[in-house]
Design a protein around this ligand. Structure first.
Ligand code: 9UX
Length: 72
C-alpha cells in the first residue's frame, strides 16, 4: 500500500541542502518516492504505511539538521 505526506522543511538554503534531505529520505526502507523542492521548502514523500510512520520520516529529516513540519 502507499501513503503520501507533504512536509515543510525549514533551513534549506542551497541545492546541496535539498539533495541531502532527498537522498536521506530515499534511503529509508519503505519510502517509495521522495521529492524535495528547495523553492517551496517542501517535500512530498510516498511511503508504505505498513513499514513506517510519518513520524519516522520527520525524524529522518530532523537528523539531517533541518526542521520538518508535517503539512498533510
Ligand atoms: Mo548549501 Mo546547506 O552551501 O546546509 S549545503 S547551505
Amino acid at each position: 500500500s502507499t501513503q503520501a505526506c507533504r512536509i515543510r522543511i525549514n533551513g534549506m538554503t542551497c541545492t546541496s541542502c535539498s539533495s541531502t534531505v532527498e537522498q536521506a529520505l530515499q534511503a529509508i526502507p519503505g519510502v517509495q518516492k521522495a521529492q524535495v523542492a528547495l523553492a517551496t521548502e517542501e517535500a512530498e514523500v510516498h511511503y508504505d504505511p505498513n513499514t513506517l510512520s510519518y513520524n519516522q520520516i520527520l525524524e529522518a529529516i530532523n537528523d539531517t539538521g533541518f526542521e520538518a513540519i508535517l503539512l498533510s
